[in-house]
Design a protein around this ligand. Structure first.
Ligand SMILES: C=CC1=C(C)c2cc3[nH]c(cc4nc(cc5[nH]c(cc1n2)c(C)c5CCC(=O)O)C(CCC(=O)O)=C4C)c(C)c3C=C
Ligand SMILES: [Fe+2]
Ligand SMILES: [Fe+2]
Length: 337
């Protein structure tokens, strides 16, 4: 019997922090029709004419701040995760790591699986909450590639795992060493998303952003809503740590462009908390399964400085899932289901 193929996919990172590599990365990322979801002609003008030329040098500087002897933290931890999952799953499985953008690429990883004569392909997009721009893009890309193979094997996908028990426990474990009770407020800062994409993903057309706070709770009718899944993840981690509702806030970071993104924005929440006299914040970033630019720089450096300038004292990041054994167990579970 052939091996079962497992494809673990994260977002991607540049090959190096140099401007040319960052430019290639941003170009592939932002030209994705699910990321900048506007008509192709306008997307090309905006991405190739404005965002990539102006943003690449700035983003390159940020990547240089987090790049160490192991390279990009996102790729470093992703490789460790894949090797540990392969080791746990054993010889009946063939595990490949891929990045949606740049390397190791999805086409190359799928080609290696094909050459290894896998009997099936199970895809695990490494994004806990479903978004069209992340999970949706991975699923579409894999379907396009495998869809052209002469023999299409059984293919399956994980859609989201925002409430995975082992994942929730891992975030809680990582926070305990900071003693959450010693902080003035706990923040769950998720990657942001344009509001337009939230509305588009609501196939009923009747739920997302229709009423105040409608995207803050997860129900049967909005079970694919990114915002609702984020709120659910936050609620579960808070419950695991006995953090009362008034002691934590859910917010969204990394906004790009001028149109409205899912709210509240992390920067605005920092302003409000500083105005209330809060001094010490503990911040989870549960949209990511590995530390990356958005956690190590945006939260630990940018938000920390921003909060201090507002009169606060500390923004402490809770480490991501990285190579925590319980998270590896969760990945094994996701690989088998
Ligand atoms: C949680 C999953 C992610 C979603 C959803 C997502 C949507 C999204 N992102 C951008 C723009 C940028 N994101 C950038 C970095 C970045 N994004 C994610 C994850 C999601 N993005 C990760 C893990 C990272 C870090 C990668 C790393 O190498 O560490 C960047 C690059 C950095 C920068 O220039 O600021 C951009 C740009 C959009 C527009 C979007 C949805 C529409
Ligand atoms: Fe992003
Ligand atoms: Fe919603």
């Amino acid at each position: 019997m052939g091996k079962k193929g497992i494809l673990l996919v994260n977002l991607g990172t540049p090959d190096s922090p140099e401007v040319a590599d960052v430019r290639r990365y941003l170009d592939q990322f932002l030209m994705d029709e699910r990321v900048i979801d506007i008509p192709a002609f306008n997307r090309t003008l905006l991405v190739k004419g404005i965002i990539v030329p102006f943003r690449s040098p700035k983003t390159s500087k940020l990547y240089k701040e987090i790049w160490d002897e192991n390279g990009s933290p996102l790729l470093y931890f992703s490789k460790i995760q894949a090797a540990m999952v392969q080791q746990k799953l054993g010889d009946d499985y063939h595990v490949e790591l891929a990045m949606r953008y740049q390397r190791p690429s999805i086409p190359a990883a799928l080609e290696r699986m094909k050459s290894a004569l896998v009997e099936s392909v199970h895809v695990v997009p490494l994004f806990p909450q479903y978004a069209s721009a992340s999970t949706g893009s991975v699923i579409q890309n894999v379907m396009e590639i495998v869809g052209k193979w002469p023999t299409i094997p059984p293919v399956s996908f994980v859609n989201s795992f925002h409430d995975n028990k082992l994942m929730i426990e891992t975030f809680a474990d990582n926070a305990r060493k900071y003693h959450p009770e010693n902080y003035d407020q706990i923040l769950f800062s998720f990657h942001g998303l344009p509001e337009r994409q939230l509305i588009k993903c609501d196939h009923s057309g009747q739920h997302c952003l229709k009423k105040e706070n409608c995207c803050a709770s997860l129900t049967d009718v909005n079970k694919f809503c990114y915002s609702a899944q984020c709120h659910d993840t936050a609620r579960l981690i808070a419950a695991e740590l006995d953090i009362p509702a008034e002691k934590y806030s859910v917010c969204f970071q990394s906004r790009l462009g001028k149109e409205p993104w899912v709210q509240p924005y992390t920067s605005e929440v920092l302003k409000e908390l500083a105005a209330q006299g809060k001094k010490r914040l503990l911040v989870f970033c549960p949209a990511f399964v590995a530390d990356c630019l958005e956690t190590l720089y945006e939260v630990s450096v940018e938000y920390h400085e921003e909060f201090k300038a507002l009169g606060g004292e500390q923004v402490q990041l809770v480490a991501s899932l990285n190579d925590h054994p319980k998270w590896i167990e969760a990945m094994v579970e996701l690989s088998k289901n």
